[in-house]
Design a protein around this ligand. Structure first.
Ligand code: CUA
Length: 322
């Protein structure tokens, strides 16, 4: 049986992404089997059709037998496909429930989807820290992703683990996978979520257990920073602000951070303002309040996600982008 599936995988598996997580082959077996049935069905049916077209072409002067009906034939061509489809449906359910099983004992990472970045939050020795658009995990270990969104529906898709799950605001969704290969796994956002949806990518870096421990040690120690500019720089990076605001003066979605501090600007309402600490603070907590003229009103509030101290350090950092 296994060698049958190996042959099928050689025939059809070239269309599939690499296998980098446990249990992936069971999804592939089903997929390859459906491909096999489809190809056999297609070739068989079209083959017989072409044969008849030639065999009974009017120039052959040979008429096919006249068959008014056959209960035997009808029973066969109803029963075989029906059994096949019901079999595939049951097989699909078994694979689906097994492959999407969530393990609560697994190593947990919190995932925040937002327009347009992925934030990954870890905890080590009581110290919390996060990474942006790169998820670090240990190899051969069950990983539990506890996911939510701050704005719209996103979808966390790992092709090489054959897993995809919606990431929904106001709701937690869970995903478990066990990486089996060192190296990178690509992640896509698989739900259209606005302007930069196609750029909402992440990489899963699968490390050896030793390297992952070292990563946790290093990052949890690093997470303790006292310099406000440094802390602000990290927050701006990790909260994904650069997805919409450039640091070099170029226009992405929102106004650039370059030369932000003290900039004279006009709001949609026509009000003239000078960018100061109050304005930046308000723009983080209530971004809809004073939208800069000519820019979309598309930023979501970061209220509840940042402490006052963190907002202050972001302001200190923004002052330095001249
Ligand atoms: Cu997030 Cu598409």
């Amino acid at each position: 049986m296994n060698s049958f599936f190996e042959i099928l995988h050689k025939l059809f598996g070239f269309t599939l992404p690499e296998r980098a997580a446990e249990g992936v082959q069971y999804v592939d077996n089903l997929y390859n089997f459906i491909m096999f049935v489809s190809v056999v069905g297609f070739v068989g049916m079209v083959g017989v059709m072409i044969y008849f077209v030639i065999r009974y072409h009017h120039t052959q002067n040979d008429k096919s037998a006249y068959i008014p009906g056959s209960h035997v034939l009808e029973t066969i061509w109803t029963a075989i496909p029906a059994a096949l489809y019901i079999g595939i449906a049951i097989w699909g359910l078994v694979v689906y429930f097994d492959h999407t099983r969530v393990s609560k004992d697994a190593y947990k990472v919190n995932v925040i989807g937002k327009q347009w970045a992925w934030e990954f939050q870890y905890e080590h020795n009581g110290q919390k820290f996060s990474t942006l658009d790169v998820l670090y995990v240990p190899v051969d270990t069950e990983i539990l992703l506890d996911m939510t969104s701050t704005d719209v529906v996103h979808s966390f898709f790992i092709p090489s683990a054959r897993l995809k799950k919606d990431v929904v605001p106001g709701m937690r969704t869970l995903l478990t996978f066990k990486p089996t290969k060192l190296g990178d796994m690509q992640v896509f956002c698989a739900e259209f979520c606005g302007t930069s949806h196609s750029r909402m990518l992440a990489t899963i870096k699968v490390l050896s257990k030793k390297k992952f421990e070292a990563f946790l040690e290093r990052e949890s120690k690093n997470a303790n920073v006292s310099d406000p500019v440094e802390l602000g720089a990290r927050l701006v990076q990790r909260k994904g602000c650069f997805a919409c605001h450039s640091a070099d003066g170029s226009r992405i979605v929102g106004p650039t951070f370059k030369g932000l501090w003290g900039r004279e600007t006009t709001t949609e309402a026509g009000e003239k303002i000078t960018v100061d600490a109050d304005y930046i603070r308000e723009s983080i907590i209530a971004p809809q309040a004073k939208v800069v003229k000519g820019y979309p009103n598309s930023m979501n509030s970061f209220a509840g996600q940042l402490s006052e101290e963190e907002i202050d350090s972001i302001i200190e950092f923004l002052k330095t982008i001249k």
